[in-house]
Design a protein around this ligand. Structure first.
Ligand SMILES: [Zn+2]
Length: 464
C-alpha cells in the first residue's frame, strides 16, 4: 500500500467514525409525573425538543424515560427542578451502556452457543443471516429458507419456516421480530425461540414446535437494524428517504425524516390515533397506508399464509415495558371494538404472563394498548388479527420496565428468553385447551396412543 492509498483508507475510516452518532455523556433520566401540571411540563420539554423521550405519551404516575444530550442537561434539570418535578438519573453515560451491549463480559457458565450464534451478546444482521443459512444446512428436512420481500434499501427480509412432517397439514404461526430497529432484545428473543424449536427436549416445546408450521422472521426491518449498528443505536423506523425534509423546526437532525414507523404504517386504522404525519418524528405513519415495502412484504406474506392454513398465532416482539398487548390498539376503551375472541385473548395472556413470572418473578401486564401503553393505529399485529384472521395475535413488549429500556444489558438476554419461552409454552397449552387447534404431531400422538393403550389394557383387565 502506498502512502496515498493509506491516506485514502484513513480518510474513509475517519468519515465512517465521524458519521456514527455518539451518545458520549448522554444521560437517561426517569421522571414520574405526579400531576397533570407535571405532565404538561414534560410535554413542554418534548415540544421544545430538549430531550428524546422513550415514551410517546405521558400519564400521571406512569414512568417516563428521556434521553438528554450533554449540552441540554442543565436546561432540562433546571426546568424540572424549578417546577418541583422529581428527576433521577438512570444511566449516567449512555454510550458506555451501548458499548457494553456489543462487548459483554464472557462468563463460561452462561455459554449458550448454537452453531455460529449465541445469546451472550447482541449480533448484527450478517451474523443472523449466516446463522439462518446454517440452520437450513443442518436441518434440511425441517427448516426451509424464506424471503418475505425487500426493504427500502433492497435488503432481503429473510426468515425460515420450521415444519416437522411437511406431509401433514397443520395450522400456521407467524413470529415477527425487530419491526422497530433499536429493540435489539426482540431479535435475541426470536432467534432463541428458533433454537428452542429445533433443539429442546421439553415435551411441551416439542409439541408446540411440531404441531404448527412456524414462519419466523428475526428482523423484518433490516435497514433500520443495520443502521442501529452503523450509524445511530437509537434508530427506530425504517430508512425510507421518501419524506426527507428539514427538521430544523423540530430541533432534530434532518436525518430523522429518513424513515417511517413501520408499526404505524399498516392498513388498519392508519393515522387515526397515536401516529404522526410529521416525518421528523419517531411515530411518522408514512405518506399513505402500507406505503413501505417492509409493510407490504409482511402484509402479503400473512395473506399468502392465510390462503393455505389457519393462522393460530401472530406474535410481534418489541421492547420495552413488559407487556402482552391484545388487539385492538386504536380504541380508547375495549368495549368500543373488542376482538371477536377478546376474553380468550385475555385469559391466554394472563395464564402466559403468570407462568412467565414463576421463573424470575418478572411481572408483565396484560391489556389492550389503551390500557397498558397508549392507543395507536396502523400496527402490524392489529392488522394481522383483522385481515390475517390470526386467532391469537399479541404485541409482546419484552424486558425491561425502563431501567435500561432499549439498551438492555446482554446478561439479561438469556433470562429474558427463558421466561418468554415459559410464557409461550403456557400460551400454547391454553390455546389448545380452548380448542383453537387440535394437535396432530408425533409428540402429542404418542401421548394419545399411550392413553389409548392404557385404556385398552384397563378394559381387557375389566372384562377378564
Ligand atoms: Zn417497538
Amino acid at each position: 500500500m502506498n502512502l496515498l492509498q493509506f491516506l485514502f483508507i484513513l480518510a474513509l475510516s475517519v468519515t465512517v467514525i465521524a458519521e456514527k452518532k455518539s451518545y458520549d455523556g448522554y444521560k437517561l433520566y426517569k421522571v414520574v409525573p405526579k400531576t397533570e401540571k407535571e405532565v404538561e411540563i414534560l410535554e413542554e420539554i418534548r415540544d421544545a425538543r430538549f430531550a428524546d423521550f422513550w415514551n410517546e405519551y405521558f400519564k400521571v404516575n406512569d414512568d417516563v424515560r428521556m434521553l438528554v444530550e450533554p449540552d441540554l442537561q442543565l436546561v432540562v434539570q433546571g426546568r424540572l427542578m424549578h417546577a418541583g418535578v422529581q428527576v433521577s438519573t438512570i444511566i449516567e453515560d449512555v454510550q458506555k451502556v451501548i458499548n457494553k451491549q456489543l462487548t459483554p463480559i464472557k462468563d463460561p457458565s452462561r455459554s449458550s452457543s448454537f452453531l455460529s450464534y449465541d445469546w451472550e451478546a447482541y449480533h448484527d444482521l450478517n451474523a443472523i443471516e449466516r446463522w439462518l443459512d446454517e440452520l437450513v444446512t443442518e436441518y434440511p428436512s425441517i427448516v426451509s429458507p424464506v424471503t418475505m420481500g425487500y426493504s427500502v434499501e433492497n435488503r432481503t427480509i429473510r426468515g425460515i419456516v420450521i415444519n416437522y412432517n411437511p406431509s401433514r397439514d397443520k395450522p400456521a404461526a407467524i413470529i415477527e421480530g425487530t419491526l422497530h430497529a433499536r429493540e435489539w432484545i426482540s431479535t435475541a428473543a426470536v432467534t432463541w425461540i428458533i433454537k428452542e424449536f429445533l433443539t429442546s427436549n421439553d415435551e411441551d416445546v416439542r409439541a408446540m414446535a411440531e404441531n404448527l408450521e412456524w414462519h419466523i422472521f428475526p428482523v423484518v426491518n433490516p435497514d433500520g437494524y443495520v443502521y442501529t449498528f452503523t450509524d445511530d443505536r437509537m434508530w427506530r423506523k425504517n430508512r425510507s428517504p421518501a419524506s426527507f425534509t428539514s427538521c430544523a423546526a423540530n430541533n432534530v437532525s434532518d436525518d430523522m425524516s429518513n424513515g417511517v414507523d413501520l408499526n404505524r404504517n399498516f392498513d388498519f386504522e392508519w393515522m387515526t390515533i397515536g401516529a404522526s404525519n410529521n416525518s421528523c418524528t419517531n411515530t411518522y405513519a408514512g405518506p399513505s397506508a402500507a406505503s413501505e415495502p417492509e409493510t407490504k412484504a409482511i402484509s402479503n406474506y400473512v395473506l399468502n399464509v392465510k390462503e393455505k392454513a389457519d393462522i393460530v398465532y401472530y406474535l410481534s416482539f418489541h421492547s420495552f415495558t413488559q407487556l402482552f398487548i391484545l388487539p385492538y390498539s386504536h380504541v380508547t376503551n375495549v368495549t368500543q371494538f373488542p376482538a371477536d375472541n377478546h376474553d380468550d385473548l385475555v385469559e391466554i395472556a394472563i395464564n402466559s404472563t403468570q407462568k412467565l413470572s414463576e421463573r424470575f418473578g418478572t411481572h408483565y401486564r396484560v391489556g389492550i394498548a389503551a390500557e397498558v401503553l397508549y392507543p395507536m393505529g396502523g400496527s402490524s399485529f392489529d392488522w394481522a388479527k383483522a385481515y390475517g384472521n390470526a386467532s391469537i395475535s399479541y404485541l409482546i413488549e419484552l424486558r425491561d420496565e425502563g431501567q435500561y429500556g432499549f439498551l438492555l444489558p446482554p446478561e439479561q438476554i438469556i433470562p429474558n428468553n427463558l421466561e418468554i419461552m415459559d410464557a409461550l409454552v403456557e400460551m400454547d397449552k391454553s390455546t389448545k385447551r380452548l380448542g383453537y387447534y387440535v394437535p396432530t404431531s408425533a409428540a402429542s400422538t404418542s401421548i394419545y396412543s399411550l392413553a389409548l393403550i392404557t385404556l385398552a389394557v384397563l378394559s381387557v383387565n375389566l372384562f377378564n
